[in-house]
Design a protein around this ligand. Structure first.
Ligand code: AAO
Length: 437
């Protein structure tokens, strides 16, 4: 829930996320940061007080507890590689800082001065020392290899856990040696879920696989490959991710877009011809990536555009296409959350293709999905391993009050369908059509 404030997430856990079956909600960074309206101010910490543009410590704790009661655990985005990029300023807490001095938290000897580039900034991603000891885009680089910094970061993470948080996203993990993260986490104790941002780059020495001992790792090759497949390569190339040299499925945190890639490189809500929606349906239906993430974000014109409406996430009531996008509520996305919860880790069965941009597959005998990423209708007979019966098409959303659209009748494992251009169909045993439909 990129940039949503705590009160809004709290309300959304009860109103939608819990009932739809989302297991976790990931928040933007909760700690104090530089002031400003740009979204990325959140990625320039000034201290570990939980006072941000998104709310106070009390509001954060209230949100975490309410979400947990609604069945949704909370992942906090932990910015632990660096402090601010400013030479001096005031924080969201109202205190003053300079680039290498954050009174009460860090002072000059807690930072790396890499001395490897003229401005101490990373210039060459093929140089491991630069990536881990120089400054990422001018952000004061914490000496995460020192006892004090490791202890201070562990204290912050312990404090987050004490609020009830059970998951952490480790921001810019590539810029911290994996062994330093291991050390910090050993001081924290068990953390139920960790995902680390380690962007795979061609010819870079630091590999995502170095980090799996600490928890899940974000697999950006998946993000890039989905864009390629849905826009040019063909989605019939996406049956198997097992032998590409990527992260193992159980360690891979996958997504169609995150808050950076939606601005820079991946499919996003502006993508033509429904490819973003269909790719998200695919990522929830396909078993690769034990932990798929759905981005919920907001309309933007320029890269830096900050959150609308004073960070007050809302899915209704603010002028439609200029506000919060609420992707987590899109019927096909929330419907596929129920699909994924039902099919669990079942293997792919009954893989079928039409053209290169038309695929269908089952998940054991529990679910079946067909994706038509083609500008023509896909009329076919599909073979499934599902029990005979009448199913709701959950691409229309969760069937709380009956199916949206006509039910799909499976007989002898088979059904026929006319799938309209650029749409999908998904059925599972947890969403049978009510009798009489
Ligand atoms: C802001 C201003 C800056 C200013 C700075 C300091 O924009 O102009 O210098 O303040 O005053 C966010 C924003 C930044 C913002 C920053 C701080 O994105 O614009 O800077 O907050 O406010 C690298 C890191 C990765 C990082 C990414 C942005 O490895 O960790 O850069 N992401 C996280 C967050 C992000 C945040 C920060 C870190 C900082 O998710 O929101 O920044 O806390 C290659 C490398 C990657 C590298 C990228 C971009 O990736 O491999 O490691 O990410 O380049 O430099 C293909 C290639 C792949 C390539 C990718 C690029 O996929 O295969 O190699 O394309 O798109």
């Amino acid at each position: 829930m990129f940039e949503w404030n705590w009160n809004s997430i709290k309300a959304e856990c009860v109103a939608f996320l819990g009932p739809a079956g989302y297991g976790y909600v990931q928040t933007s960074p909760p700690n104090a940061h530089i002031v400003g309206k740009q979204w990325w101010t959140a990625y320039q910490p000034t201290s570990y007080d939980l006072v941000s543009n998104r709310g106070t410590r009390e509001e954060f704790i209230d949100m975490v507890n309410t979400c947990k009661t609604a069945g949704v655990q909370v992942i906090a985005d932990a910015v632990v590689n660096h402090m601010s990029g400013a030479s001096a300023g005031t924080s969201t807490l109202g205190t003053n800082f300079t680039h290498y001095d954050y009174p009460g938290t860090y002072s000059a000897n807690d930072f790396h001065y890499c001395g490897l580039t003229p401005d101490n900034n990373i210039a060459d991603y093929t140089n491991r020392d630069q990536v881990q000891k120089c400054q990422l885009v001018g952000l004061a680089d914490l000496a995460t290899d020192t006892d004090y910094v490791q202890g201070r970061l562990a204290d912050y993470l312990k404090d987050l856990l004490s609020t009830g948080v059970t998951g952490l996203r480790i921001d810019a993990a590539k810029h911290i040696a994996s062994s330093d993260i291991t050390n910090i986490l050993s001081r924290v104790g068990p953390v139920p879920y960790i995902t680390q941002e380690v962007i795979y780059g061609d010819n870079e020495p630091i590999q995502p696989s170095e980090y799996v001992a600490n928890g899940a790792v974000q697999e950006f090759r998946y993000t890039n490959t989905l864009k390629w497949a849905f826009t040019e390569g063909g989605i019939d190339t996406l049956q198997d991710f097992g032998n590409r040299g990527w992260l193992d499925s159980k360690s891979a945190n996958v997504f169609v877009a995150n808050h950076d890639t939606e601005r820079d490189s991946s499919l996003n809500y502006k993508s033509a011809m429904n490819t973003y929606y269909l790719a998200t349906i695919f990522s929830l239906a396909h078993p690769y990536g034990a932990n798929p993430t759905v981005l919920s974000s907001y309309f933007f014109e320029a890269r830096d555009d900050g959150a609308p409406n004073n960070w007050q996430g809302a899915c209704q009531g603010i002028s439609g296409d200029k506000g919060w996008l609420c992707q987590h509520r899109w019927p096909g996305i929330s419907g596929l959350v129920g699909f994924r919860n039902t099919v669990g880790d079942s293997e792919i069965t009954n893989w079928q293709t039409g053209t290169h941009q038309q695929i269908a597959f089952g998940r054991g005998n529990l679910g079946f999905v067909a994706i038509n990423n083609e500008s023509a209708q896909w009329s076919a007979e599909f073979t499934t391993s599902l029990p005979d019966g009448s199913y709701c098409n959950v691409n229309g959303g969760a069937p709380r009050d009956g199916c949206m659209g006509s039910p799909i009748t499976i007989s002898g494992g088979k059904f026929t369908a006319n799938i309209t251009p650029r749409t999908a169909l998904a059925v599972h045993v947890g969403a049978m059509a009510p009798a009489g439909l």
